[in-house]
Design a binder for this molecule. Structure first.
Ligand code: DGT
Ligand code: MG
Length: 582
């Protein structure tokens, strides 16, 4: 089983991601501070012009106004530059960090075993890499910046306004506090509704994905109408979920707008009173109004931050959880390298179960296969043939007993070396989106075109490939949908030819091939098996008739063994399997 280990100090780990971008990070903060300082200074200059310049002689005043005007223009340029810097470089820093984390999690994915993937949905693994990491990087770059900007603006504006007129300052900060509380309450409700929404949309999406991926089944059963109905129901629920979210969103935004106007109006009314008292000058009132933005903007920023923090931090939690899963199949510390193997394979008392609390699929299997031997494995569906073969390259580790390769326990061999010795043609062939050439070359990265073509010829695939629209450069579509079953299998055999391993596992497709391609596949398989230790999981009589050694696998292990004739003469499990057409 995969194990979870306890993570060390989370925040420290998180901060570690800034490390390579320390300079960028501090530059980002510097420009954030600079930009907000400029925003605070401009209204002060306005106040200066209004207060002092009016009392000066005209010619002198004009000169000073021009100077201050130019000064403000410079400040605007500084603000522009700062704003550009934090938007561009700040986001880029986020992208770099996201890039690093993506690398980390993707290479982690590559290490995890089959057991892990058996229990995961690809969609979820994908969302770890995409949406979670995006949330984290947003938090990492906006978080520190937003907090700094908000505090400088809020505190700076408050201190300046206290000095301009403390009574008016207290009135507006009072309203800002009420506004903040309102925003936090509504934001919390909105967040909850959004979360519900996302869950609902994820459900609907997975239903759509399922239905589209299975469109061939849908059509073959003529169930388009049912799918439409199912979809329509989900789609209705989508609208319902959105309704609540938008209600809260409307409350939030209209409330925030109203509060912003309220601060202006309250300052104006109170200010006008003070004006008539003579305790406030017109210039100060204007200054006040110019600062209102500095109050309201941080409120929205801070509220957004609480949301960003929750999303980013829970994304980070999930990221750590994933990274903490230790691969359960890895090299033993004392594993040895293997260069060449003869291909002698021995199963000693091998038992295996997929999950700890499940029944054993294989129990006490003993088997010896000599180098170069051709062994056919038959048995009813679900007997464990595929399972038995997947133990040899250590896709899963045995639960009990051991498997030896050339007399050495396979757990003592470096995984990479072990798997290099084994070629597998799987029951359901997996081809990657791309060209035929690329897919065959997957068997031996770096192989020349000639080598690929030679392998294709050996696998009897060359002729059909040459008939394709762009021969070897033909795009085969996602998972090779543009090819027939037999063609896919032959490409897979070509891959194995190219890899040229001493041990071969051929898991015959259960779905019937037509007679013609069956014969071609059979022929290419026999060529491939020559001089290799070969396991063939057979579902067709034609595949095994010539095998000198046939193993019959049942729930009780290997029940019978012999040639086709011998086994028929026994009139046991094999004979019955043959009667049923295997
Ligand atoms: P086939 O291909 O239909 O002729 O059947 P076999 O003999 O290749 O059967 P196999 O080895 O795929 O499955 C043996 C048993 O193990 C069967 O009850 C299903 C179960 N099984 C197969 N793969 C997995 C898996 O990935 N996880 C779990 N938990 N069980 C599995
Ligand atoms: Mg199978």
């Amino acid at each position: 089983m995969e194990q979870k280990k306890k993570s060390p100090n989370k925040l420290k780990l998180l901060a570690g991601y800034y490390k390579p971008y320390k300079r960028l990070f501090f530059a980002d903060l510097f420009f954030a501070v600079l930009g907000s300082a400029v925003t605070l200074v401009i209204p002060l200059l306005v106040r200066y012009i209004m207060n002092s310049v009016g009392a000066m002689p005209t010619s002198e005043a004009k000169g000073i106004i021009l100077q201050i005007g130019i000064g403000m223009l410079v400040l605007i340029l500084v603000q522009l530059g700062s704003r550009y810097f934090i938007t561009y470089y700040g986001h880029m820093m986020g992208a770099y960090i996201e890039h690093d984390m993506r690398n980390e999690i993707f290479s982690h994915y590559q290490k995890l075993s089959f057991t892990f993937y058996d229990n995961q949905k690809v969609g979820h693994l994908l969302s770890r890499i995409t949406s979670d990491l995006f949330d984290i990087s947003e938090l990492l770059h906006h978080g520190p910046e937003d907090i700094l900007i908000s505090f400088i603006k809020l505190l700076g504006a408050f201190i300046i306004l206290l000095n301009v007129n403390w009574k008016l300052a207290l009135i507006s900060i009072g309203i800002v506090i009420v506004m903040l509380v309102y925003a936090l309450i509504f934001n919390k409700k909105m967040k909850y509704a959004f979360k519900e929404n996302r869950a609902r949309i994820a459900d609907i999406n997975s239903q759509i994905e399922d239905s589209l991926a299975g469109i061939r089944v849908v059509k073959s059963f003529g169930n388009e109408k049912r799918e439409m109905e199912k979809f329509a129901k989900g789609n209705e629920r989508f609208v319902d979920a959105k309704r609540l979210t938008y209600r809260y969103m409307a409350g939030y935004h209209s409330g925030m707008d109203a509060f912003t106007t309220l601060i202006t109006v309250a300052s104006l009314v109170a200010g006008a009173f003070f004006l008539t008292d003579g305790t406030l000058s017109a210039a100060d009132l204007v200054t006040f109004l110019l600062y209102i933005n500095n109050f309201t903007e941080p409120v929205t920023k801070l509220v957004n931050f609480t949301e960003q923090f929750q999303n980013g931090y829970s994304g980070y939690d999930r990221f750590l959880e994933m990274m903490a899963i230790a691969p359960d199949i890895a090299d033993a510390p004392d594993a040895v390298s293997l260069d060449h193997v003869d291909g002698d394979i021995r199963f000693e008392e091998v038992s295996f179960r997929y999950e700890e609390n499940q029944e054993e699929v294989l129990s006490h299997v003993n088997l010896e296969v000599k180098p170069g031997e051709y062994v056919a494995l038959v048995g009813s569906s679900g007997a464990g043939k595929t399972t038995l073969c997947s133990l040899i390259p250590r896709f899963y580790d045995v639960s009990d007993g051991r498997i030896l390769l050339d007399g050495r326990d396979i757990r003592q061999i470096k995984l990479k070396d072990l798997r290099r010795q084994i070629g597998i043609v799987q029951q359901d062939v997996y081809l990657f989106a791309g060209t035929i050439m690329e897919n065959i070359r997957y068997g031996k990265p770096g192989a020349s075109d000639e080598e690929v073509i030679r392998a294709a010829k050996a696998a009897n695939a060359h002729d059909f490939i040459m008939e394709m629209p762009a021969d070897y450069d033909t795009d085969i579509g996602q998972r090779g949908v543009k090819l027939s079953g037999g063609q896919k299998q032959r490409l897979s055999i070509a891959r194995a030819f190219l890899k040229n391993p001493p041990i071969l596992i051929f898991d015959e497709a259960t779905s019937a091939l037509d007679n013609e391609s069956e014969k071609v596949v059979q022929d290419s398989l026999e060529k491939l098996a020559k001089d290799r230790t070969t396991f063939v999981i057979a579902h067709r009589l034609s595949t095994i008739r010539n095998a000198r050694r046939i193993l019959v696998l049942t729930e009780e292990g290997i029940a019978e063994e012999g040639t086709h004739k011998e086994l028929l003469a026994k009139d046991g499990v094999y004979a019955r399997l043959c009667e049923a057409g295997l």
